[in-house]
Design a protein. Structure first.
Length: 311
C-alpha cells in the first residue's frame, strides 16, 4: 500500500493536469497485456501494426512484472497541459543512476539495453507520434470531461466525495489517501506540496509514483473510456442544411471550384444581390476564401468549408 498524508494546505493545492507523456507511457501496459483492458484492443491492434517489432520489444520491457512503470518516464507536469516534447526533454536529462533506481523500484526483470534515457526517448517519441498523437484530441476530450466531473465533486462534497468513486483501491480517511495493491509499501507526507491528479484513459487502476522520494501525485482511470474508440458516425447529409440553411448549403456545394457572384446567381436562378448576402455570411464564418480576378471576385471553399461538405 502507498499512502499520502494531506493537510489542509495540501487539499487547497490539489489540482489537475493533462500529460501526453503519461498517457503514452501508460499505454505500454496495454501493449504488453492485451487482456488488461479489453476496450483498448482496437487501439492495440492498430499500434502494433504501426510499430516495429524491436520498438515493441523495448517498450514492453519497461513494464515491471506487476505492471509498474519506472517513475523517471513520467515526470509530473509543471503546467496544466504540457507539450509532449517538453516532457520528453525532462526524461532525457535523467541521470543514469536515477534510471537504474527507478527500473529496480518498478521490478523491471529485464531492463532494456538502452539504460540511458536518451535512447529510450527516441523510441517513446516514435510511439507517441505513430499511435497516440493522432488520437490525442479525442483522448483529451475524455480527460477534460472527467476533470470537469471531479471538480464538481470536490466543490459539492470536498475531498471525501472527490475520491469516493475514483477506484475501489482508493480510500480517504482522516487526512490520509491510501492506495491498495501497489508494488511499493510506504507513506508520504505531502507537507505543503499539494496533490497532483491526472486522469488517464490507459490506466486500469490508480498509479502513484513507485518511489517514495517523488512528489505526491496520482494517475487514476478516467471516466468515459468505454466510448473512446467508438467509430465516428457517418455524416448526416441533411445536417448541413439544418445547420446553415438550404441556400448556403447549396452555395458551399457549388464552390468546390472558384466562381464569381454572377455565375453563382445564374446557376441558382436568383439575383446576384441575394447570392452576395449569403456569401458575406459564409465568408465571415471562415467557410469561404475569396480572391480578386480583374474586375471579378472569385469565391471558393476554405479548408473548414471543405470539411463541412465532405462525406
Amino acid at each position: 500500500m502507498i499512502s499520502f498524508g494531506l493537510g489542509v494546505e495540501d487539499l487547497a493545492d490539489t489540482h489537475f493536469a493533462l500529460s501526453p507523456l503519461e498517457e503514452t507511457v501508460l499505454s505500454l501496459r496495454v501493449l504488453r497485456e492485451p487482456g488488461l483492458h479489453a476496450v483498448h484492443l482496437p487501439w492495440r491492434g492498430s499500434a502494433l501494426a504501426r510499430l516495429g517489432p524491436e520498438d515493441v520489444r523495448l517498450l514492453t520491457s519497461l513494464v515491471g512484472r506487476r505492471l509498474a512503470l519506472p517513475d523517471f518516464l513520467t515526470p509530473p507536469p509543471t503546467t496544466f497541459a504540457p507539450r509532449f516534447e517538453d516532457q520528453l526533454e525532462v526524461v532525457r536529462r535523467t541521470p543514469p543512476e536515477i534510471v537504474r533506481r527507478d527500473l529496480r523500484a518498478a521490478l523491471v526483470e529485464e531492463p532494456p539495453d538502452e539504460t540511458d534515457a536518451a535512447g529510450l526517448c527516441e523510441v517513446l517519441r516514435r510511439h507517441w507520434r505513430l499511435t497516440v498523437e493522432p488520437l490525442w484530441s479525442r483522448i483529451r476530450l475524455v480527460l477534460e470531461a472527467d476533470m470537469t466531473y471531479r471538480a464538481r465533486q470536490l466543490a459539492v462534497g470536498g475531498a471525501r466525495l472527490l475520491f469516493a468513486d475514483m477506484h475501489p483501491n482508493l480510500r480517504w480517511h482522516d487526512g490520509v489517501l491510501s492506495i491498495a495493491q501497489m508494488v511499493g509499501n510506504h507513506h508520504v507526507e505531502a507537507s505543503g506540496r499539494g496533490l497532483l491528479l491526472m486522469p488517464s484513459v490507459f490506466a486500469h487502476k490508480p498509479a502513484p509514483p513507485v518511489h517514495p522520494e517523488e512528489p505526491p501525485c496520482l494517475v487514476y482511470p478516467s471516466r468515459g473510456v468505454a466510448t473512446l474508440w467508438d467509430p465516428v458516425p457517418p455524416p448526416d447529409p441533411t445536417a448541413l442544411v439544418a445547420l446553415i440553411g438550404a441556400p448556403r448549403a447549396t452555395l458551399l456545394g457549388l464552390l468546390g471550384e472558384p466562381l464569381p457572384t454572377v455565375e453563382l446567381a445564374r446557376r441558382l436562378g436568383v439575383t446576384p444581390s441575394a447570392v452576395s448576402q449569403h456569401l458575406r455570411v459564409l465568408y465571415g464564418a471562415g467557410l469561404l476564401t475569396r480572391v480578386r480576378d480583374g474586375r471579378r471576385v472569385l469565391y471558393g471553399r476554405s479548408p473548414l468549408g471543405d470539411r463541412l461538405v465532405s462525406p
